[in-house]
Every structure is written in C-alpha cells, then in structure tokens.
Ligand binder design. Sequence first.
Ligand code: CP
Length: 317
Amino acid sequence: MRSFAGRDILSLKDFEREEFFRVFQVAQDLEPIARDRRNSDLLRHKTLVTAFYQPSTRTRLAHEAAMHRLGGHVTGFSDAKMTRAGDFYQESIKDTVKMLEFYGDVIVMRHFQQGAPHEAARWASIPVINGGDGWGEHPTQILTDLYTVLREKGRIDGLNWLAVGDMRMRTMHSLAYALTQFACPITFVAPPEMSLTSEFKQELQQYSLDFAEADHVEQAIGKADIILVEPVVQPDYTKSRDERSGAVSLTPANYKITRELLAAKAKPDAILLHSLPRMDEIPTDVDMTRWSRYWQEAFSGVVIRMALLALVLGAME
Ligand code: CP
C-alpha cells in the first residue's frame, strides 16, 4: 500500500481498496479521543491551513475540530473576499498557495472551480486536501459516509445503496468512485436534468460499478441498506456564493424521503445518510426515526478528518 505521508487527498478515483480500510482503521484508533471529548498531542507541532473560497459549516469546522483534537494549530480564511484572491488582484491559486505552504503543514481547500485543489497541489510542497471543488469531488465527505456505514453495519461489502439527489453533486462523484472498490450495487435517482452524464456512466462501467437508475425513490428504497440523500433544490456550486433570492421550490416526491415512505417501504435496518445542509428532501420529523444516521455522520466527519490529518502528516503510518 502507498504511504499516506505527504500525500494529497484530491479524489477517491485514485483510492485503492486497502487504502480505504487503512483510513478507517486509523479513524477507529483515534475515535476514542473525539468520543471522550479529549484533546491529544499527536499533531502538536503541526498547523492546518484552511483555504475556503466557498461557504462551509461542516467541512471547515470538522477539519479544524479534528486538528484541535490532535493538539495541532489552525490558521486560514473562510471568506476569500477578505484575501487578495477575492479583491482587485484576483490572486492566483499558485501565488496564494506559494504563501500558504509557509504558514502551515497541510492545506484543506474548498473552491467553486472544479480542479482548484489539484492546481494548488501542483504548486504546494505540503499536502492539499480537497474540501469540495465546484461540481467535482468531495472525498473527505464520502470517506466520512463510508466510515459511518462501517461503524453502523460492521461491513461495507454486500450492502445495497440508493443515492438520491442531484448527480452533478461532488459528493455523488466521490461516492461512485469509492463504491467501485466495494461489492455494493447502487441505484441513482435524480431529476432528468440532474442525472449522471453519459461520460461519467461510461467511466463507471469501465470501473465495473454495479449501478442502475430509477425515476422515483419508491422504486428502489425497498431493497436499499444505505439511503444517501442530497438536495435537488440547491445553489450553484460553481459560484463562490449563491444567495437565496425569494421563494425556493419544493422537492418533488420522487426525490424526497419521508417518515411515511420509510415506514411503508424501507428495510427496518436500513440507514439514512445526508451530508447536510438539507432543504425539504428529508423532513425534520425523520430525524427521530430509527433510520436516520446523519448526526452520527457528523461525528464521523471529525473522526475521519483526524485520521486523514494524522496520515498525511506522517503521525500514523
Ligand atoms: N457536507 C458539507 O460539505 O457541508 P458544508 O458545506 O457545511 O461543509
């Protein structure tokens, strides 16, 4: 297995099966620190730089929390408008990361341009973690989701997935790439204008992903062990910021997971994931049902980032 020390985490396309399990093992080893709400000193001499060119609640703060849990330091920006990249100068990724690499030991970057973290990794002498790039990928979120599945189900192979939402979403791309490494059939349900592109489907076929598409969640929910939902009513991920103006549309029933639907059609031991934020695709009365696992997912988000930071910074091998 390739060493993680010094590695960029840009995509799950280039992740090997045993590398997933190595990340999950390290996460499991470090999980008691987060569960006990302790801080350790594993990364006490290291600093995380956050470079967020797009809004985030979870991804930035989970990386920061992970760094604090491991005794490290954090610097960076959460609003690129307050940097030279966001004013008159429109400073380039290259010039920005050629600075950031002296301010810390690892960079986590979120950007509205697909491939921006890859460009950063080209120039930075320290590891770059992709915190979501445009419609591209969101590898740390899907590692979080798979880890949640592993902890909840005790395995990943052999589970049936249902993915609902906008298939242009970066999480969906990372999910599809990740599942190529596992024996996990998946059904995608999306509005026609948000469905998987034919190029992406061809790529998934080349990787032997066992996938199907359906029009309505009702057609696929009954056989799903894992139901992963994303919004279909959402902002434009290629913009640095997309403000809400006026009323937003409601999620059609085809892409909505309600309490009634779960009770009528879902397996009793299926689990429901949503990386959040949500609109109305999972009504809040689902939160208290036995299917919901999104709060556990939020906890896993800190644990997985602890594992990734420890691995890329060489504190764990
Ligand atoms: N799931 C996720 O990426 O959330 P944020 O946009 O809040 O980081």
